[in-house]
Design a protein around this ligand. Sequence first.
Ligand code: MTE
Ligand code: MO
Length: 259
Amino acid sequence: MANFFQTIFIKNSKLNVNQLIVKKTVISFFFFFVLAGAAIGGWKWLRHQPATADGASKPIRNVLNTNEAIFKGLLSNTHLTKEYPVSAAVKKARVNGDIGMKTPFDPAKWQMYVVKKNGDTLKLRLEDIKKLPKTEVIFNFKCIEGWSQITRWGGVKFSDFIKAYGLHDEMGMKYVGLSTPDKEYYVGIDMPSAMHPQTLLCYELNGEPLPVNQGYPLRLIIPVKYGIKSLKRIGTMIFDDQRPPDFWAKKGYDYFSGL
Ligand SMILES: Nc1nc2c(c(=O)[nH]1)N[C@H]1C(S)=C(S)[C@@H](COP(=O)(O)O)O[C@H]1N2
Ligand SMILES: [Mo]
């Protein structure tokens, strides 16, 4: 009689029922151990991969990057986030997140530093920004924590700002980076999303100056992304072809955080 392991090399038609059961059992166990081994080995391998600068391990970051590439491709520059009538906007917008806003700060001395590609730095005051055409956006602001609310924001379109200050070389770069004056909070935005027609350098909420805890004098409002990207209290703006550091991406969140 064929022994245990030899059965697997014998054609089914040459085996009796009992031998056939043995053969199938041997094959099943073989695959079970091979696959379990591969799964455990794969997990161990994943755990031992070096972390990337942004915190996620390399293979995981590769998967996230692939996802991002796909979704970035889906984000059309002409696709507009839904807008609402003024009456739909909440009267008191929720305040969320105060990273980079705890350092003592004198709004009267505020300037936004815009570092150009050639290294020159523009120093802009709120009056400079307010001279540009004003745009309002009323949309459903979404936080990754799970809440959303319809809010009404006013300011200058990021794209209008870029054009008004002749930042063409900068616009040709892949990313814009924003940070608070104390550099505690910072975001990186892909240029197509920054140039999206609903992205604002925002100085008004419900037609009033921004409250200090919501980013006075100037914040970003970027409706095509989750709230984490709408940095409050802009201190510095930079441009780069490499991804500028991003506070939440460093902690493992999706770099683009698109909606
Ligand atoms: N400087 C700064 N900007 C920030 C944050 C923060 O912690 N610090 N939190 C972000 C998050 S997670 C959200 S949801 C929105 C909230 O904006 P709001 O306080 O006006 O509701 O701001 C974003 N901008
Ligand atoms: Mo958020």
